[in-house]
Ligand binder design. Structure first.
Ligand code: AMP
Length: 554
């Protein structure tokens, strides 16, 4: 057994669940998972104080799944989530963890989509129902017995549900589920309204809170950058152009991510390697030795695999994926700034993870300033600086050894020394872009690195630029076109809503949406596109048929 399966295997979960989790690439339970899973497995009610990014979904999904009786085709677990988006994410997470448990069915129930198919899916034997409270109450009004077999009730992001005004709906739902149920409540904050719900509806709940002791961070220069999840690799590549590092460790969450990023770095010529829990101990030691002696400059690691890694050469830590809690953030960035050297730590933050950033700032008592991705000019300057540095030692001594050859070549080629030097530079730099136009063309990201806006109205600057040179697509995405545009009264949010509702996609799956006057473009996942377009066949937006089609630019 590899070292990381031990982490989940020790939790007394059904081996099929452990296998699915390990196949997902998780190496070790996060702190909230470590603490919550045994409590839920033991049948206790629980209050978990945790926010997005801590791994809270798996903290309840795994033990709930463990208690599902696959032979019974009736609702056994109800998960309540504040928004359609979260409900879809939670449902997808359940499906992932249940991959090796045939017969488990999950249904997501939320407003804005037709009720009939949802009710049918529940009645057809879905054991796990993930719902937003409002829509679930609509179902209860049609069939008050629909939840009478539920034995697990989970409230996810309870504070958000109250903020959205679901208090009354929650009371109706509590009443519709047998009292013998087990209830688990997760919330980022515990205001008195949540405590009062817990007092009334939970039985002797155990509390789980990820302890956030104040942590001191030594002299490490920290910054964060806002990026979309699908822009992380290009963002890292661009940052590496300008960061002057000696050795660097990049932290990600899964094995697959270590492999993906290490491969992207190697492809760009960096001396990089992946370090994850699948890598045998002796190989792991070789990687660390290579990082120490300079045969490698970048290691892409999971937290587990980087344990005990102490390499004084490390000047930079990139937190490509968010750590689960402030403690591991402090632990990660402590890999740099060793032996009194300066260290720099960069953290990539996706829009959903802002709260974790705030928590890190609170716990460390330090602001992690926002940085911007370097633009093409900065990339170009950095490249020229590196080239200059590599040529400087040669300039002083090369004329004596190569001056005569230069004279002969200029004579033979009949060219000026400037023309010859240019040719040699081109050869020496291997076709690397070294003027602004080429760098701009080459960089796959929007210049400022801020999360992309989903809308772009026709006529605005971005829109004009877009028309001349379409933005590069996110990996695995294709552009689709509809003939509906601003003149039909369409806004990006209408398109997003319709595709989420009718297509059953997670929000992250939908990329950039551009609404023009007479048409709109939407980035959608290439995988399963035909199926998705079929599902959306009859979808109407603003009273008109959407008729989304794959769009070929050329
Ligand atoms: P959550 O806090 O539940 O929204 O989870 C945040 C992200 O962490 C999700 O993308 C999960 O897939 C991922 N995740 C959760 N638990 C683990 C784990 N033990 N190891 C690696 N990734 C995890």
């Amino acid at each position: 057994m590899t070292q990381e399966t031990g982490g989940f295997a020790a939790l007394d979960l059904n081996p099929n669940i452990v296998a699915a989790v390990v196949a997902t690439g998780y190496e070790e339970p996060s702190a909230i998972q470590q603490q919550s899973i045994p409590i839920i497995l033991a049948g206790h009610d629980m209050i978990g104080q945790a926010q997005t990014g801590t791994g809270k979904t798996a903290a309840f999904a795994l033990p709930v799944l463990n208690g599902i009786d696959v032979s019974k085709r009736e609702p056994q677990a109800l998960i309540l989530a504040p928004t359609r988006e979260l409900a879809l994410q939670v449902a997808t997470a359940f499906e992932t963890y249940a991959k090796q448990m045939p017969g488990v069915n999950v249904v997501a129930v939320y407003g804005g989509a037709p009720m009939g198919p949802q009710l049918k899916a529940i009645r057809n034997g879905a054991q796990i129902v993930v719902a937003t409270p409002g829509r679930l109450c609509d179902h209860l009004r049609r069939d008050e017995k629909v939840l009478s077999t539920v034995k697990y009730l989970v409230l996810d992001e309870a504070d958000e549900m109250l903020k959205l005004g679901f208090m009354d709906d929650l009371e109706v739902i509590f009443d519709a589920i047998p009292e013998t149920r087990q209830t688990v409540l997760f919330s980022a904050t515990l205001p008195s309204s949540i405590r009062s719900i817990a007092e009334r509806h939970l039985r002797d709940p155990k509390h789980v809170k990820i302890q956030s002791k104040t942590q001191t961070v030594t002299a490490i220069d920290q910054a964060h950058l806002m990026v979309h999840a699908d822009q992380k690799i290009p963002a890292v590549l661009r940052l590496l152009e300008v960061e002057e590092f000696d050795a660097l460790i990049a932290f990600v969450r899964t094995k697959q991510a270590t492999l993906d990023l290490a491969a992207a770095l190697e492809a760009k010529g960096y001396k990089a390697a992946a370090l994850n829990g699948d890598i045998a101990q002796n190989q792991r030691e070789r990687v660390i030795e290579s990082l120490k002696d300079g045969r490698l400059d970048i290691v892409v690691a999971t937290d587990v695999a980087a344990r005990g890694l102490d390499v004084p050469r490390i000047t930079h830590v990139f937190n490509v994926d968010m750590p689960y809690d402030p403690e591991s953030y402090v632990h990660r960035i402590g890999r740099t700034g060793r032996a009194g050297r300066d260290g720099r730590a960069l953290l990539l933050v996706t829009p959903r993870e802002r709260r974790m950033l705030q928590l890190i700032e609170r716990v460390t008592g330090q602001k992690v300033a926002e940085a911007r991705l370097p633009g093409p000019q900065a990339v170009l300057d950095a490249r020229i600086k590196k080239l200059t540095a590599s040529l400087a030692p040669l300039v002083a001594e090369s004329e004596a050894s190569h001056g005569e050859l230069l004279d002969r070549l200029t004579a033979d080629l009949g060219c000026s020394p400037r023309a010859l030097a240019s040719a040699l530079l081109r050869k020496a730099t291997n076709g690397q872009a070294l003027n602004l136009v080429s760098v701009e063309r080459e960089q796959p990201l929007v210049p400022n690195g801020a999360p992309r806006e989903r809308t772009e109205r026709s006529g605005e600057r971005g829109g004009e630029r877009e028309r001349r040179a379409p933005m590069p697509l996110g990996e695995g995405r294709v552009r689709c076109r509809t003939a509906l545009g601003a003149r039909d009264g369409i806004a990006a949010k209408n398109l997003l809503g319709a595709i989420l509702n009718e297509g059953g996609l997670a929000r992250d799956a939908i990329g950039r949406i551009q609404v023009r006057d007479s048409f709109s473009l939407v980035e959608l996942p290439e995988e399963g596109l035909e199926r998705l377009l079929t599902k959306l066949k009859d979808t109407r937006v603003a009273g008109k048929q959407l008729k989304l089609r794959r769009y070929r630019e050329d």
